[in-house]
Ligand binder design. Sequence first.
Ligand code: APR
Length: 398
Amino acid sequence: ESADVVVLGAGPAGLVLGVLLHTAGIDCVVLERASRTHVQTRARAGFLAPNTVRILERHGLADGLHSSGRRHGTCEFRTEDGRFRLDYGALGNGGHHHVYPQQNLVTDLLTHYLAIGGRIRFHTEAVVVRDADGTQPYVTTREPDGRPARWTARYVAGCDGRHGAARRSLPPGAVRHHQHDHGVTWLGLLAEAPPSLDAVGYAIHARGFAGHMARTQDVTRYYLQWQRGTPADSWSEQRIWDELDARMRAEDHGPLRRGGLLERAVFDLTCDVVEPLRHGSLFLAGDAASLLAPAAAKGANLAVLEAEILAEALTGALVRGDTTGLDTYSDRCLAHIWRAQEFTGWMTRLLHATSDTSDRDDHGAGSFFLAALQRSRLNSLRTSRIHQDWFAENYVGV
Ligand code: APR
């Protein structure tokens, strides 16, 4: 089988790209390894930046987030010196987030894509992209019935995440792969509980970081800084809630609303960038292009931005024979990616007194020296209006 553009992966990147290409009259297909139910129910990110909302609005994809997403513009830092709030929606450029769970966005995108007649194949795993630097690129797949197949294309868009076929298919030496380990591990939790505060909560504690992020009225995300290598199931739910209480200083600032833990996952705060985001006719977008630590919630926002840039570039090439957009795609996206990586790194050092070189104690918290730097960083953010404006601009910026 064939299509002018074969898109790998039906996450935010692949689906935005699919919708935009199909709308522009381009023959494309999305190949997705998982089932439709799986992609529509997988809980991931949830904070959409103003630019992301503008892109979705521009293409008629923002109805769901406007009707059931919530505008959000406050974060609260809790430290040993008390707590302070930043109404970032009223600072910097005055940008807010929309809190809208990623699986809802994916559902909206998919529904729209199918409604306009877009082609998508679920249970179809891309195995490898071949001949990306030749004249007839193709993707080998494992079809729903398990048989191998081949999709020929003029262009392939790798939107299949960090462990997808696109990255795997880059021949050694064709691109550079820059990696960085922030030296921090988180336990990510999804609790069946309403939010405990009307803000993003960042708790800085000698025992390690704890975070609170609203998702819906019934489900809330929490994070605990975690000892690297410790399995996710090694603590009881009771112990996890007690630790969240301690680090978020529930005694001083009010109790957390507890609930059953629907999901737990341990992940190291690592990040990477592929450079350039292209090998011949294979283009990377979203997590396949660059992975960001979740501290600043940039991943999904970059994915949507890159998908729009790539859609314009592919449309230019296929409709008008103008390949300028494809030639500049990588540089344009990398400028956004490095900016987001830089701010994410800064956030990571704001929230943790660890680095990849520091000694760590049993809880994963860092040395005295780094803790003192972190405290000073927080004090600057607490007291300097200019620093707050800078934070706000970067926090919602993509
Ligand atoms: N073949 C086909 N599909 C694949 C393959 C493969 N070999 N490997 C992975 N996929 C699919 C996954 O099942 C998933 O649906 O690719 C999709 C990638 O989607 P996401 O992981 O959501 O990535 P992306 O669209 O780049 O969006 C980035 O997702 O990781 C979160 O928080 C991150 O918010 C960010 C966003």
